[in-house]
Design a protein around this ligand. Structure first.
Ligand SMILES: Cc1cc2nc3c(=O)[nH]c(=O)nc-3n(C[C@H](O)[C@H](O)[C@H](O)COP(=O)(O)OP(=O)(O)OC[C@H]3O[C@@H](n4cnc5c(N)ncnc54)[C@H](O)[C@@H]3O)c2cc1C
Length: 294
């Protein structure tokens, strides 16, 4: 019998975890790596919360995952997929694992990844014990991040673009409850970041320029799933572009038969390497059983 052939779109934790399982299950597996081989973790330094891994940086962890997947036969293709239907005609099944990128402001922040700038408070708050930090954003995520940071940081300042929060009332109450550790600055836009690490921020506060010092800068202004190329397909997505999983008996299958999904491109809640890898495993097991059932 010919081997089943599948394609995995994305080479982050979800894509590699899926590939480890499918290639070990003797399914011919091709990983399309996209523009960011290794995914979002390649932007960061030490990873402290991936079970079983200590003392490794994000890029090191992703190389280990790649090695583990290719050791069992998965093939890497360094291309970006733009046509799902064409890919479906070439393979017996597809796993979507394209991730979701944090939204940025374009004020030079990309130079500071791992040097005082982060978009993941759950991942990085513990590095800011006894420090002063700032959070950009006015929604639930910004407040959640600010409150999480108060456990470690001495003080947290939230920069809100408008004159009120977009966050829910219940979240706003959490700011009030932590008012000794959280300051809110309204009508505040970040304009410039300076220092070898994040050190000096230039702000526009209601039209007036002000310069402040900080030890860390967190953005909580949303994420964008890398799903634009699915717009003209039958893969159902929510209003923000996250792929909707769950098709009858196959929890990770999308609305298109044989197309499965894993990781941050279908998750706006957890967004962690371990949860992405976990759903990658689920998608791999589902695609394997679905192929056998055909
Ligand atoms: C700075 C930073 C630090 C973080 N730190 C931590 C941490 O310490 N611990 C933790 O658990 N989580 C952390 N996270 C979150 C974690 O990185 C993500 O939750 C995780 O990487 C999501 O995995 P994923 O496989 O779903 O997607 P991603 O890692 O985003 O990977 C997506 C992959 O899809 C590819 N791709 C996209 N579109 C296409 C296409 N059309 N064709 C082909 N390929 C495509 C990309 O090139 C990439 O390889 C951090 C995130 C950031 C940004």
């Amino acid at each position: 019998m010919n081997k089943h052939k599948i394609a995995i779109i994305g080479s982050g934790p979800a894509g590699y975890a899926a590939a480890i399982y499918t290639s070990r299950a003797d399914i011919d597996t091709t990983i399309y790596a996209g523009e960011e081989p290794g995914g979002q973790l390649t932007k960061t330094t030490e990873i402290e919360n991936y079970p079983g891994v200590m003392g490794k940086t994000g890029p090191e962890l992703m190389l280990i995952m790649q090695e583990q997947a290719t050791k069992f036969g998965a093939k890497m293709v360094y291309e970006t997929v733009s046509d799902l239907d064409k890919l479906r005609s070439e393979y017996d099944g597809v796993i979507l694992a394209m991730g979701a990128s944090p939204r940025l402001l374009g004020v030079g922040e990309e130079k500071y990844w791992g040097k005082g700038f982060s978009t993941c408070a759950v991942c990085d708050s513990a590095f800011y014990r006894g420090k002063n930090v700032c959070v950009v954003g006015g929604g639930d995520a910004a407040i959640e991040d600010a409150v999480a940071l108060t456990k470690f940081a001495t003080h947290v300042t939230i920069f809100v673009r408008g004159s009120e929060f977009r966050a829910s009332k219940i979240m706003q109450k959490r700011v009030e409850a932590n008012s000794d550790k959280i300051t809110v600055m309204w009508k505040t836009n970040l304009k410039k970041i300076e220092g070898d690490r994040v050190e000096t921020l230039t702000l526009d506060i209601d039209g007036k320029e002000e310069v402040v010092k900080t030890d860390g800068l967190f953005f909580a202004i949303g994420h964008k799933p890398a799903t634009d190329f699915l717009k003209n397909t039958k893969v159902e997505m929510d209003t923000e572009g996250y792929v909707k999983p769950g098709n009858g008996v196959w929890p990770t299958m999308t609305t298109v038969e044989g197309v499965f999904v894993a990781g941050d491109c279908s998750d706006h809640r957890y967004r962690q390497a371990a949860t992405a890898a976990g759903t990658g495993v689920q998608a791999a097991l589902d695609i394997e059983r679905w192929l056998e059932s055909k």
